[in-house]
Design a protein around this ligand. Structure first.
Ligand code: HEM
Length: 141
């Protein structure tokens, strides 16, 4: 766990001090039982232990997602605006940037249409060369 002080602007020219606690995914993974249950949704860490009994979708689904990234399951259900607002009550910190990087870069590769990391290094330069060739061919003399 690491805490970082950060400053941001409140829109009135005033600085606002905020403190973010970062958690490594391995720490989150340890909180995977009904005694203590944490999960990650969109890079944020939530302690939903006290929410287990109250979750309208039941405790079973939360236990299935205990200690892991539940973003996809959370979105698949199509949770309401109210449900998203409720998240704030259980927020305890952010996923450590070193762990997020891996998640974001693999998402970027998927967006770019590269399903496997291994093919990235080969296909990306080839695609760039192809685009450059197309531009040169179309350029008027
Ligand atoms: C802290 C995280 C969560 C909160 C605050 C939350 C909140 C809620 C709320 C308020 C509802 C009622 C329907 C709505 O307003 O959308 C609901 C339903 C439900 N939730 Fe969650 N939820 C959370 C996480 C999850 C996760 C990780 C799953 C995993 C699959 C899940 C599965 C469901 C299901 C299956 C329903 C029932 C949907 C239905 O009956 O139509 N929820 N949740």
């Amino acid at each position: 766990m690491a805490s970082v002080e950060a400053s941001s602007c409140d829109g009135k020219g005033q600085g606002v001090e905020t403190s973010v606690t970062y958690y490594r995914l391995e720490e989150v993974a340890k909180r995977n039982s009904s005694k203590e249950i944490w999960l990650v949704i969109h890079g944020r860490v939530y302690d939903v232990t006290r929410f287990l009994d109250e979750h309208p979708g039941g405790e079973e689904v939360l236990l299935e997602q205990a200690g892991v990234d539940a973003s996809e399951s959370f979105e698949d259900v199509g949770h309401s605006f109210d449900a998203r607002e409720m998240l704030k009550q259980y927020y305890i910190g952010d996923v450590h940037p070193n762990d997020l990087e891996t998640e974001n870069s693999s998402k970027l590769l998927v967006i770019l249409g590269f399903p496997h990391r291994r093919s990235y290094s080969l296909r990306f330069p080839v695609s760039l060369l192809h685009v450059r060739k197309q531009i040169l061919l179309r350029r008027p003399c």
